[in-house]
Design a protein around this ligand. Structure first.
Ligand code: SF4
Length: 271
């Protein structure tokens, strides 16, 4: 009896806790999420991807307006958390009155702030533009250095900005990882990584040498206009049949753009 009482009092064994449901998210700069350990693509597959990008757009260009290395540097600094279109609108007048560090310093922070006030974080950016101009005059005779370390010492200039300037103006095969490139590296799994630097390093390994100069443009444009953050436009994708992303939309047939570009490459290699 005593035994029965005590067993009745005994607590029921705890049910195993329900596995906590984690929201499936696309890795981003702020939320790296779960990432692959290595590229989903062999060397030959990565080559085929960049061959497609090349056939579709042999000479890709950035979308920021500039007239020299200095205005490119300023435009890239201003483009953080702003669209290229918005930056171009703001710099149209600014670069007409100040296209050198000397002229920018003469213009002064207040005036620069007025010129760029339509861009996000404009107060801080105006301050950095004037400070970096002063530093260029003081340390580099007013020239933009062709050197990552020197570029990264300038106010408002991080690795991404340095990579853009080195690539676009000086022709170095650098990969500037912005939010689009970061997403693409992880989404299609060609260069997975938890941080922009991881993705940059993985991308450097994944991109075949012959495509390394233009790779970052192709990827940024692809991420911006086709493989978009909220919903990739797979029907307009030139690498549709090569893409191994689980997020890829399933169609009955390979989209026309991918077939057409593939056929063009085959014709060129047969010629
Ligand atoms: S097929 Fe879709 S998911 Fe894959 S790269 Fe193209 S747009 Fe992105």
């Amino acid at each position: 009896m005593t035994q029965a009482k005590s067993s009745a009092k005994r607590k029921a064994p705890k049910r195993p806790a329900k596995e906590k449901q984690t929201k499936k998210t696309t890795p981003s700069v702020d939320n790296p999420g779960k990432v692959l350990k290595r590229s989903r693509y062999s060397k030959a597959e990565a080559f085929a991807i960049f061959k497609r990008f090349h056939a579709d757009n042999p000479e890709p260009e950035g979308e920021l307006d500039y007239v020299n290395a200095y205005t490119l540097l300023v435009a890239v600094v201003l483009s953080a958390q702003a669209t290229d279109v918005g930056v171009n609108r703001a710099t149209k007048n600014l670069f007409q009155i100040a296209d050198t560090p000397e002229k920018m310093v003469d213009l002064g922070e207040d005036r620069v702030r007025d010129e760029i006030r339509t861009i996000g974080l404009y107060k801080n950016k105006a301050k950095n533009v004037v400070l970096l101009s002063e530093q260029l005059i003081r340390d580099h005779k007013g020239d933009v250095p062709e050197d990552r370390e020197a570029l990264e010492k300038l106010p408002g200039v991080g690795r991404k900005t340095a990579n853009v300037v080195l690539n676009i103006f000086f022709g170095h095969p650098t990969i500037a990882v912005d939010t689009h490139l970061f997403r693409l590296g992880n989404r299609i799994g060609i260069a997975p990584g938890k941080t922009p630097l991881d993705v940059e390093k993985a991308m450097e390994k994944a991109v075949p040498k012959e495509f390394s100069l233009h790779a970052h443009h192709w990827l940024i444009l692809h991420g911006r206009y086709i493989c978009k953050a909220r919903k990739p436009e797979c029907r307009r994708c030139v690498i549709y049949d090569l893409c191994k992303s689980p997020e890829k939309e399933k169609f009955d047939a390979v989209p026309e753009i991918a077939l057409r570009t593939k056929a063009m490459i085959e014709r060129e290699s047969a010629a």
